[in-house]
Ligand binder design. Structure first.
Ligand SMILES: O=C[C@H](O)COP(=O)(O)O
Length: 323
């Protein structure tokens, strides 16, 4: 079915043609983003689902241990008590809703692990670390592998690796496969998400092939973007990656997850992605084990929209403050 021969990525041509058919991708993308009316209670359920699928992210040059600590507290209690009460949750100090993970640079893994341990949530919220020369992946392979091993030693349960885009752009599929496979081994028991930086891969055919190579090399998730490219998680890219995951599942019976990341900021974005997953991959993927949002700014809009839904009005800014 899919295999690599010298430097050629051989994929089932019919599946590839079907997956990247531009007019079909655009048609599906238009349908997904066209306004739909959801009953309030259904929308609230989608938004709560979205929160549980977030890798709450900070990947900034000025990250400090204290802002990572704050991020962990936010992951542990993403919604304020009054909103949880409005939504019908009993709140007894143990928040019933949490984000799936927090995502940080390797140097901040320890601070995150220690905070989650102090909160008693180390088994409930994973620490994900980017690695392998994030965001560009332009460092020697041995340092990229060492970075993974170091992040795992610090306590990361998930590693978000970046692929070397130049290997895709120059058609070095075997080298790409071998590198990702070595990265998978370096992750040991940690889950590996392979960031394709799809916006830099020139065309959807490369996005589909890179998705396949990453899955064949053992990626547990494929992730659209680092959030640092000029084109990040677009709906057409998401559709092609979902189709690759679906094709891979049909051929191997192995479920690989999807993580869109970069520029996902609104409740509407979140619902569009969840509906895409439901339509292309099915309900089995609508779980944090197989779907994540990589997002630094999505949570506040989800909270804002939930307030609107439960109170039937636009919330005042002070209503959103989280202590
Ligand atoms: O991996 C996650 C991304 O870097 C987050 O991107 P964002 O800051 O645009 O939400």
């Amino acid at each position: 079915m899919y295999y690599l021969e010298t430097n050629i990525c051989i994929v089932d041509q019919d599946l590839l043609d079907n997956a990247i058919n531009l007019s079909a991708v655009n048609e599906q993308a238009t349908k997904l983003v066209s306004s739909r009316s959801l009953k309030d209670e259904f929308e609230a359920a989608w938004l709560l689902k979205a929160i549980t699928c977030i890798d709450l992210t900070t990947l900034a040059g000025d990250d400090t241990s204290s802002n990572v600590t704050r991020l962990c507290r936010k992951a542990a209690r993403p919604l304020p008590e009054d909103l949880l009460n409005y939504l019908g949750f009993e709140y007894d100090g143990d928040c019933p809703i949490r984000t799936a993970a927090i995502c940080v640079y390797p140097s901040k893994v320890k601070a995150a692990v220690e905070t989650l341990q102090a909160l008693g949530l180390q088994d409930k919220i994973n620490v994900a670390s980017v690695a392998t020369g994030f965001p560009c992946g332009q460092t020697p392979l041995f340092t990229r592998l060492e970075e993974i091993k170091w992040a795992v030693k610090q306590g990361a349960k998930e590693i978000d690796i970046v692929i070397d885009r130049s290997l895709v752009l120059t058609g070095q599929w075997v080298t790409l496969f071998n590198e990702i496979k070595e990265m998978r081994q370096a992750c040991e028991d940690a889950h590996m998400k392979a960031i394709l930086a799809a916006g830099e891969l020139t065309n959807l055919s490369n996005v589909y092939k890179a998705s396949m190579v990453a899955m064949m090399a053992g990626a547990d998730f494929i992730k659209t973007s680092t959030g640092k490219e000029s084109i990040n998680a677009t709906i057409p890219i998401g559709i092609v990656m979902c189709r690759a995951i679906a094709d891979y599942y049909r051929k191997t019976n192995f479920k690989v997850g999807l993580k869109p990341a970069g520029g996902i900021k609104t409740s509407k974005d979140a619902v569009n992605w969840l509906i895409m997953i439901k339509e292309i991959l099915g309900d089995a993927w609508l779980t944090p084990e197989l779907f994540r949002f990589g997002a630094s700014g999505l949570l506040s809009d989800l909270e804002h929209r939930l307030y609107q839904i439960v109170t039937g009005k636009i919330a005042e800014p002070h209503e959103f403050s989280i202590g």
